[in-house]
Write a protein that binds this ligand. Sequence first.
Ligand code: ATP
Ligand code: MG
Length: 586
Amino acid sequence: MRPDRIDKPPATVTPNLADYEAARAEPPWERARSWLQGLPDGGLNIAHEAVTRHARGPRAEHVALRWIGKDGERRDLSYAQLERRTNRFANVLASLGVEPGQRVFSLAGRVPALYEGALGTLKHRAVFCPLFSAFGPEPIAARLGPGEGTVLLTTARLYERKVAGIRDRLPALRHVLVVDEDAPEGTLSLPALMAAASDAYEIGPTRPEDPALLHFTSGTTGKPKGALHVHEAVVVHHLTGRYALDLHPDDVYWCTADPGWVTGTSYGIIAPLSCGVTMIVDEGELEPRRWYGIIAQERVDVWYTAPTAIRMLMKAGAELARSYDLSSLRFVGSVGEPLNPEAIWWAQEAFERPIHDNWWQTETGGIMVANLACLPIKPGSMGRPLPGIEVAILERVGEEEGEGRGEPVEITEPGVEGELALRAGWPSMFRAYLGQPERYARCFDGPWYRSGDLAKRDADGYLWFLGRADDVIKSAGHLIGPFEVESALIEHPAVAEAAVIGKPDPVAGNIVKAFVALRPGYEAGPALHRELMAHARQRLGPAVAPREIDFAESLPKTRSGKIMRRLLRARELGLPEGDTSTLESY
Ligand code: ATP
Ligand code: MG
């Protein structure tokens, strides 16, 4: 029932990456580059690869983007139409005097204009920086200000409610484009400008190293950092679209992430379009019936989502999933947080498909470690490094050691935990932290990029996530990863979500404390509390099981759906909450 290895049935569609070992034998970057077209002068531009080359080839009439509005309205844009719309946007920027390298921010829900704006910005060689539309004025100012946004693409309503009042703090902001016909004072109506612009545009010379994207991290561990990416990142987007998500050209693909988070841009815009697929964009929010309805109606082949969403679907029950025809699903992927083994077993039952967890960060720009279509899944493992990505487990160095930290020491023995590191130099590696050059430099140690996440590698080369360095608990001489404890708690039928922190203790150093949110139909109380304590002790042993369990209505999460353990810790200990700009209301 709960195997620790899932061997997949013979594939109906041969995976793009069918022989993992062979593919790892040589760096794939040249091959991946040859799958792209490049600009006539030898340059490389993300939007050319995502749109123009398809629009000028046999896939011109293929649906690139199928937009589903909040109320069910449906709109298709072919590659040829997307080409013309994005050309118009690039011409709008040109007519406003926006220069390559300047920054275009977006603050909008998942509407077609956001996607046109992103790609038009890249065509014009300006830098695209997406924000979550739910951000309030302060988080907006904290990003647009230091990011020196020249242009903001938004809606009249969002502008009036959130931006107008902070505009005087944004001296670099020259143009606000609203997607509405009626533009509030101080803004321009984008539809009018688009209508007046030409739909022809030739992308100017773009070098692979030219800046393309600025993404803010999720703010799970502290103040969000701005990570800068270049056009060459498209090599990784495309390769991982093929290899990690197994995108085939005739696939219908749905990434549920909002472009305000790096996943929603790398895999909600660039990777799928560079592979020439049809991508679904849903303007609506997560609602199990809506989501299953979309998969069934659109016949989604490849679905990329996140653990927090899967846990929400689990809460609604496998029955509901099984009442929809989800047979079109060929490949399901997940990213953003560790995927509890329970979620994989549940998906086997609910979708008759396993879920492929993969790992990456805003800084890495694309998927680095993945459970691949061609390999068995080990539930709880994030999989194996993508071809071209070299991973090391390094001995940890203390924060305080900082500079003179000596040579990085690699741990080669399987099963020993350390810090997950990547050999620097993959094409989608971030090139800077906005305004923080020392912090950027500190991420690199000899040949390695240190991720700040702790992991171990097993004898088969699979990587297992333990926790973020900041979240790992030292208790009575043990190093305890919150993920392992949370996963055990989630196996109990009453538990929908769990978060685990270390709470200082005079004897043990720290004790493990858990917060759990219950599934519908379960009642918090002493009986369930006793049962959960016993369940955890039985599953984990007394040294690792939580000493305290609190019931919570819900858990604090970032807008990208990550549990903010630091906030639970701060509240528990009565410490300042720190930056909460990405906190989803809860
Ligand atoms: P901040 O850096 O601002 O604290 P963040 O690290 O959450 O926020 P992101 O770049 O969006 O910002 O998230 C990357 C992190 O998410 C990873 O470093 C890791 O901790 C976690 N993560 C992503 N995917 C996985 C996964 N499959 N398994 C475990 N953890 C994951
Ligand atoms: Mg991070």
